[in-house]
Design a protein around this ligand. Structure first.
Ligand code: C2E
Ligand code: CA
Ligand code: CA
Ligand code: CA
Length: 280
């Protein structure tokens, strides 16, 4: 048994070593990609129910290594977090998104879409000076802090501490906070009292199973009751069908996001849409 234990340990070490090497390689590649301008941003509309009017845009990062297939952020963002590259990459994302949003505001006004969401990882929240960098980006672009929504996961803020301090600093600038993937992380309703949140993004996994009588439907209903009672905004994520949109609307949801309404779009596509939209 001892031998086997030792063997297993060796396999574990080898795996860990492999993961570390793979991480270090991908991390170095990401560094070069950032310097080489290989990242871009897309923006997915957040809409009002039931009419589908765009109320916000969520910024999502894309990586297109030259001559290769695009790599999903679900793959490279976790590596960027582990290697720390998310700090300079996240700074680039924040600045670029705010610059783009300020340009849209200049061209089309601040009404529609009003909010710009930017995903911020746990690693960024723990980085001293993060709130200062956001403040600098807001000042540089002249973008209204109240229109910036930082999307953080429950897990990122669960431990309190530095992440919580950063959120408080951001809130004091006027920036707003959304809890992303709500219901899937270290969920605790207590977080709603300690984290200065004003939006819950209800995870796609609940929307997927929202057919009547399901547990997901019960949970999605409870979540809208909680957000209404606490005067928070709820956004249903990953809405793919008209039926889901109708069910959510019937439950009381007023905001949604998903392929049913719009896929993530390039800045050029968003600009074209805004230019074509009838003036309101
Ligand atoms: P997330 O923040 O939960 O973003 C939502 C993801 O769901 C996006 O995937 C979006 O394209 C996808 N999505 C939206 N509507 C639908 C739908 O109706 N059906 C389906 N199947 N998917 C839908 P994406 O862009 O691949 O991003 C994946 C994750 O990577 C994000 O999840 C977020 O955790 C992370 N990520 C993306 N961009 C950034 C970023 O700029 N910074 C950081 N820190 N993380 C990011
Ligand atoms: Ca998000
Ligand atoms: Ca999400
Ligand atoms: Ca997610």
């Amino acid at each position: 048994a001892k031998e086997r234990g030792k063997g297993r340990h060796a396999i574990y070490d080898a795996q860990l070593e492999h993961d570390r090497t793979a991480d270090a390689q991908l991390g170095a590649e990401l560094r070069r990609a950032l310097d080489g301008g290989e990242f871009s941003l897309v923006y997915q509309p957040i809409v009002r129910l039931p009419d589908g009017e765009w109320t916000g845009l969520e910024t999502l990062v894309r990586w297109h290594p030259p001559g290769r297939d695009p790599v999903s952020p679900a793959t490279f963002v976790p590596v960027a977090e582990r290697t720390g590259l998310i700090v300079p990459l996240g700074d680039w994302i924040m600045r670029s998104a705010l610059r783009q949003a300020a340009a849209w505001t200049e061209q089309f006004g601040a009404a529609v879409p009003h909010e710009i969401g930017v995903n911020v990882s746990a690693r960024q929240l723990r980085e001293p000076g993060f709130a200062g960098d956001v403040r600098a980006a807001l000042t540089e672009t002249g973008f209204d802090p109240e229109r910036l929504v930082v999307e953080v996961t429950e897990t990122a803020v669960f431990d309190g501490g530095a992440a919580q301090d950063t959120l408080n600093e951001l809130v004091s600038l006027g920036v707003r906070v959304a809890l992303d993937d709500f219901g899937t992380g270290h969920s605790s309703l207590g977080l709603l009292r300690t984290v200065p949140t004003d939006t819950l993004k209800v995870d796609k996994s609940f929307v997927d199973g929202i057919g009547s009588g399901s547990e997901e439907a019960v949970i999605a209903t409870a979540m809208i009751q909680i957000t209404d009672g606490l005067h928070l905004k709820a956004i249903a994520e990953g809405v793919e069908t008209a039926e889901q949109a109708q069910t959510l609307h019937r439950m009381g949801y007023r905001f949604a996001q998903g392929y049913h309404f719009a896929r993530p779009l390039s800045a050029e596509q968003i600009t074209r849409h805004l230019a074509e939209a009838p003036a309101t």
